[in-house]
Design a protein around this ligand. Structure first.
Ligand SMILES: *Cc1c(COP(=O)(O)O)cnc(C)c1O
Length: 368
């Protein structure tokens, strides 16, 4: 038996001086950043770093560039305003995001909730959880509850059991989802006991969070295998990060490796406009090019949806490379992944009924 995850967490890297155990660098600039945006790296994740500035380093070690962001804002998705009760974001008609924890097994330098992580504005307690659950119970339009944080798996098994039990008891809640990075940053957290708890609450989906093929290790494969064996469908959310995964070959290797550990790529996020993350941001065309390099060239199952979470709280908006060259009443002219051109004839337009298909909203957007 390996060590229990709570003990492993006690050995985490939280002070910049600890980096010196492995790398000979000047920690002063790192200290200044960590004072504003705390550092927390699990020993497991730290051990994956091979070089100063490698893709793992960039994700978890503070960079002086975080203090030089000219643009970002603290809460670009306007989550605080869309929260009817603390920690609960109700933005879409039929589902809610329920934050249940402020901590993570490793703090990502590009975190969307950088404003909150490690310096909580909400102190989660049973009172808060019960207020969140009451809101869900009183809103029958909510059929999908997505637990997030922080990382929900930083809670104890007992607390997770309690929360899922309460939410599952609400008749109109059809599906439960959990977003966690622990299979990547602290795979020891995924235990047979946790899986026995989770599988009581099906249908339950888990979204994990891998950014780079080097994060896929024997340990993370084992963690994902335990979840998958508990009947939990696994998706992955990645953020497009400059110098980490903004490269078609790296991304292809990542998505293919994810399928091998039974995780299906779900979202690829354009970096949110979070204060302190400017140095990670890529131009939107980079994501479109990456998608183009995947679509048709590898398994359709491997291809995530590329989205921008609209600044100000508009929700996730999908982006696609353009495959439509023209469309009119009679035909649509398309290109395939290799650039070959194809024509597909349309059925005649009906007077009424399907003319919504050609409404400006659904079609103009994809014509250059
Ligand atoms: C991402 C998100 C969801 C879930 O969106 P899906 O597209 O259904 O995965 C729900 N609520 C909020 C506030 C979100 O940011």
């Amino acid at each position: 038996m390996g060590k229990n995850w709570k003990n492993i967490l006690k050995e985490s890297i939280t002070r910049p001086e600890q980096i010196l155990e492995k790398f000979n660098i000047d920690v002063k600039p790192i200290k200044a950043v960590a004072e504003k945006y705390p550092m927390f790296v699990s020993r497991y994740y730290f051990n994956l770093i091979e070089d100063v500035d490698d893709p793992i380093w960039k994700q978890c070690i503070p960079s002086p560039l975080e203090l030089q962001d000219p643009y970002g804002c603290e809460d670009p998705l306007n989550e605080e305003e869309d929260s009817p009760v603390p920690g609960l974001v109700h933005r879409y008609p039929d589902r809610v995001l329920m934050c249940v924890s402020n901590s993570c097994a490793t703090y990502c330098r590009f975190c969307t909730r950088k404003r909150r992580i490690g310096k909580p504005s909400i102190v989660f307690s049973d009172d808060i959880y019960l207020a969140q659950i009451k809101y869900i119970r009183e809103n029958p339009s909510i059929r999908d509850v997505l637990l997030s944080g922080g990382d929900p798996f930083m809670l104890s098994d007992e607390k997770i059991d309690f929360l899922l039990g309460k939410i599952r008891a609400i008749p109109h809640v059809e599906i439960l989802r959990i977003g966690t990075r622990t299979p990547c940053t602290l795979p020891q957290r995924i235990t047979p006991k946790l899986c026995r708890i989770l599988k009581k609450y099906h249908p339950l989906y888990v979204n994990v969070h891998f950014e780079h093929p080097r994060e896929i290790t024997e340990e993370s494969e084992h963690a994902c295998g335990l979840l998958a064996d508990a009947g939990i469908p696994l998706g992955n959310q990645s953020v497009l990060l400059k110098g980490v995964n903004d490269d078609p070959e790296v991304m292809k290797s990542l998505v293919q490796k994810l399928l091998k550990i039974r995780v299906r790529p779900y979202y690829l996020f354009q970096m949110d406009l979070v204060k302190g993350t400017y140095h990670f941001r890529t131009r939107v065309e980079v994501g479109l090019k990456i998608l183009e390099s995947l679509i048709g060239w590898t398994s359709g199952l491997a291809i995530p949806r590329f989205v921008i979470d609209a600044p100000g709280g508009g929700g996730k908006i999908p982006l696609q490379p353009n495959y439509i060259l023209s469309i009119n009443d009679e035909k649509i002219v398309l290109r395939n992944y290799e650039g070959k051109i194809f024509v597909y004839p349309q059925i005649p337009m009906e007077k009424e009924g399907n003319d919504f298909l050609l409404s400006s909203r659904s079609v103009n957007a994809v014509i250059p």
